[in-house]
Design a binder for this molecule. Structure first.
Ligand code: HEM
Length: 458
């Protein structure tokens, strides 16, 4: 650990990474490692070859770690694959009829209706809401500078989403929604040994009583929120846009259940992912003073001491590169999954119906054959080589193809605004020996959190 931290002085900082298997471990040990922390369940084969296939209950499980294979599954031949039953079993109880879970024609119709909500023109309208929440967060920090970054960023991104989704939350108990979302995400978002068994989609995944209560509350809060709106004049926040969303091809609206499940889906998909991006980014910046200084200088040059406006975001090139590099090192969704429904061939390997896929973003983002110095924190790589973010590059924190994250523009806008504002206005003090292991539950969290003090720059 000390060795790694000392290497900061050589120009690069090597932040925590998952210890790969060495390849000699037996099946039982590897499976145990995988269950404890899936990103530590991969060895040299996964890091050195584009596809690794293992037997899986009479079928095959293929681990893909290169962009060509990922693009084939997610984009070029997306029609031959669906999300797996594990995904459906985890997400189903909360958002069965939402974009995250549906397939086929229902997905196409919903995607066409929902995607315009996240178009540029709406993003510009939402930016001031993010500023408002950030200013409230800063006021809290000024009173109490000590925080756990993970908890603090979860609070911040929840409040941003609540503000953007709910606008003026008349009659809605925000605390109730916050508590219920957290519990529902924690309960659903923890992998368990039985998740490795290929249960059919209709077999329910047992949920803890706490998780089940949280889900009930989440659904009733979402119902109350939808009821509080006039369908003929639902407002122009994201809930309003969701209520008035129409599939431009068929003219069809979303059903009442689809609206509710999408509302819940946005909270589930958009809250922790963005919080983790910011947690890891602030950790990296807090551990690497030169990066903090460059972000501060950039934000001051572009915005002075004022708020970061929507039009400023594209000018914050380095701040954005830090967000990109953070999501390379710590992709909030470190692994995607798919199941094959039509035979094909990938990297010369025959893929049969029922085979499943782990699309291991985390491994792809850190493999030597695709990245220079992959474990180093080097945001400039994205400025030196903009092609590292091009379509088909080995960088897919938001997925790829037709199911690419629908909230990507919102997430990037929020992350750049929050990182830029917080780093300009605060010194981030993190204990020098803080070196949290990246731990994958469903998302990628810093194990044990990140204790910090954020002290106002005088
Ligand atoms: C840094 C933040 C985020 C990351 C890293 C992220 C990542 C992802 C990824 C990897 C997928 C594709 C999953 C797959 O193909 O299996 C996805 C899908 C999705 N995301 Fe995000 N996401 C983020 C923020 C958001 C936000 C803010 C929202 C909404 C407010 C959102 C809503 C969704 C939805 C609804 C889908 C499903 C899209 C579909 O299947 O058509 N995400 N996200």
């Amino acid at each position: 650990m000390t060795d790694t931290l000392e290497r900061r002085d050589e120009g690069f900082f090597y932040p925590p990474h998952a210890q790969p298997l060495n390849g000699d471990e037996g099946f039982i040990y590897s499976t145990w490692k995988f269950l404890r922390n899936p990103i530590e369940g991969f060895g040299p084969m996964a890091y050195n070859q584009p596809i690794v296939s293992v037997p899986n209950f009479g079928k095959k499980l293929h681990v893909i770690t290169d962009p060509e294979g990922m693009m084939q599954v997610l984009a070029l031949e997306a029609k031959k694959f669906t999300k797996t039953a594990i995904d459906a079993r985890i997400l189903g109880p909360a958002t069965k009829e939402g974009l995250l879970s549906v397939h086929g024609d229902q997905w196409k119709r919903q995607r066409r209706a929902v995607a315009p909500m996240f178009a540029k023109r709406h993003m510009a309208d939402l930016a001031p809401m993010i500023t408002e929440v950030l200013n409230g967060f800063k006021a809290k920090l000024d009173k109490e500078p000590k925080l756990d970054l993970n908890a603090g960023m979860a609070e911040l991104t929840f409040d941003v989403l609540a503000k953007a989704l709910l606008g003026d939350p008349k009659g809605l108990d925000g605390e109730r929604l916050k508590y219920a979302t957290r519990n529902a995400v924690t309960s659903a978002g923890t992998l368990r040994p039985d998740d490795l068994v290929p249960w059919p989609r209709w077999v329910p995944r047992p949920i803890s009583p706490k998780g089940s209560r949280a889900l009930k509350k989440l659904k009733s809060a979402a119902d109350d929120l939808l009821d509080s709106r006039d369908v003929n004049n639902p407002g122009d926040d994201l809930v309003g846009l969701l209520i008035s969303a129409i599939d431009p091809k068929t003219g069809q609206e979303l059903s009442r259940r689809e609206r509710r499940d999408n509302l819940i889906g946005f909270f589930i998909a958009g809250h922790e992912t963005t919080a983790l991006t910011l947690t890891w980014a602030l950790y990296l910046v807090g551990m690497h003073a030169p990066t903090a200084e460059r972000i501060r200088a950039e934000v001051i040059e572009v915005c002075g001491q004022g708020d970061i406006a929507y039009d400023d975001i594209d000018k914050l090139t380095f701040t954005r590169a830090v967000i990109d590099e953070t999501m390379r090192l710590y992709p909030p969704a470190p692994m995607l999954n798919r199941e094959c429904h039509e035979e094909t061939e990938i990297h010369g390997r025959k893929i049969e119906i029922g085979d499943t896929f782990l699309l291991a973003n985390y491994v792809m983002h850190r493999t030597e054959r695709l990245w220079e110095n992959p474990n180093a924190f080097d945001p400039d790589r994205f400025i030196r080589q903009p092609e590292l973010k091009a379509k088909g590059a080995p960088y897919m924190p938001f997925g790829a193809g037709p199911r690419i994250c629908v909230g990507m523009a919102f997430a990037v806008m929020e992350a750049v605004m929050a990182l830029g504002t917080l780093v300009r206005d605060y010194d981030i003090e993190i204990p020098a020996d803080c070196y949290p292991r990246p731990l994958m539950t469903v998302t990628l969290r810093p194990e044990g959190g990140v204790p910090a003090r954020m002290v106002r720059v005088s």
